[in-house]
Design a protein around this ligand. Structure first.
Ligand code: ZN
Length: 167
């Protein structure tokens, strides 16, 4: 088995769909719950797992996190954890996974996957389904989006006021 030729082009950013999409509120796959300085977070529409979110790096095209300079890396990690905290608060998972893969689309992004008491494979990486799963019920997705947006807006305000109080 070899990587397809198209992968090498994508890795360089040629035809990269994550670069081309800009910073939309909604994509084919997800609804944005957070717009940071360097990333966007999208709650996924597919019914893979409730709370499944993808955080996408929104700077220049980067395939590996090692291509980020220290400030960029710190900013990305910081925003990723902020999204993670909101997911913990909303869904109270047993474990929260951060999967940094990029094997099919090599533009820096992280799958944030809550693992619940009822889990398809406890103790192991989450088994992503090979076939497209049914979408989440629309009402549940919408209420999760609203709740997560509220949590993330609140934590941003909280961070500002704490920073202000230390001066
Ligand atoms: Zn890209």
């Amino acid at each position: 088995m070899e990587w397809p030729e198209s992968f090498y082009e994508l890795r360089r950013g040629v035809g990269c769909p994550m670069c081309a999409q800009g910073r939309p509120e909604e994509t084919e796959y997800g609804v944005r719950i957070f717009a940071g300085e360097v990333s966007d977070a999208y709650l996924q529409k597919a019914g893979v797992q409730r709370g499944y979110t993808i955080v996408i790096w929104r700077g220049r095209h980067v395939a590996e996190p090692t291509e980020l300079d220290p400030e960029e890396a710190a900013a990305y990690w910081h925003e990723l954890l902020r999204v993670g905290r909101a997911l913990e608060e909303r869904f109270e998972p047993v474990k929260l996974n951060y999967e940094l893969l990029g094997n099919s689309l090599p533009h820096l992004h992280t799958h944030v996957m809550p693992r619940y008491e009822d889990d398809p494979k406890p103790g192991w990486p989450f088994p992503h389904p090979e076939e497209e799963p049914a979408p989440h019920p629309g009402a549940e997705l919408r209420s999760d989006v609203e709740a997560l947006r509220a949590l993330l807006a609140w934590s941003r305000a909280g961070r500002r006021s704490r920073a202000g109080s230390t001066r």
